[in-house]
Write a protein that binds this ligand. Structure first.
Ligand code: DGP
Length: 114
């Protein structure tokens, strides 16, 4: 897959408001926040889309979700709740083809989404 803007953020080639990092995962604030807390969790090893993930990515995907949940808990979002979103391809609204989890919190979410 080609490089993306998130690859550049991971390599510190462009700035981002990074809020969490471990060996496998980086998290930074979304440029265009849709909630008081809107953080993107990305695996450092790029996978283009959720559709492109395979069983060899199972451990990394697990770490990505658990890092997201742990951050939400630390930030005090868990009790009231929050939303996680993974957009996939065109109809999913994906614009950056480096798999990422949106963490949205700090306000009431609504369902169904638009
Ligand atoms: P998606 O539509 O699911 O592919 O989400 C991509 C998100 O990435 C979108 O909410 C805006 C955000 N985004 C795009 N470019 C940048 C950037 O350069 N920096 C940051 N922090 N966020 C970005």
């Amino acid at each position: 897959m080609g490089d993306t803007i998130f690859g550049k953020i991971i390599r510190r080639e462009i700035p981002a408001d990074i809020v969490y990092e471990d060996d496998d995962v980086l998290a930074f604030r979304d440029l265009n926040p849709q909630a008081p807390v809107h953080v993107l969790f990305v695996p450092k090893r790029a996978i283009a889309t959720l559709d492109a993930a395979t069983t060899s990515d199972s451990e990394l995907l697990g770490k990505l979700l658990l890092a997201t949940a742990a951050y939400a808990r630390r930030e005090g979002l868990a009790e009231q709740g929050y939303r996680t979103v993974i957009n996939c391809n065109e109809h999913g609204g994906q614009t950056v083809f480096h798999l990422h989890v949106h963490l949205l919190g700090g306000r009431q979410m609504h369902w169904p989404p638009g």
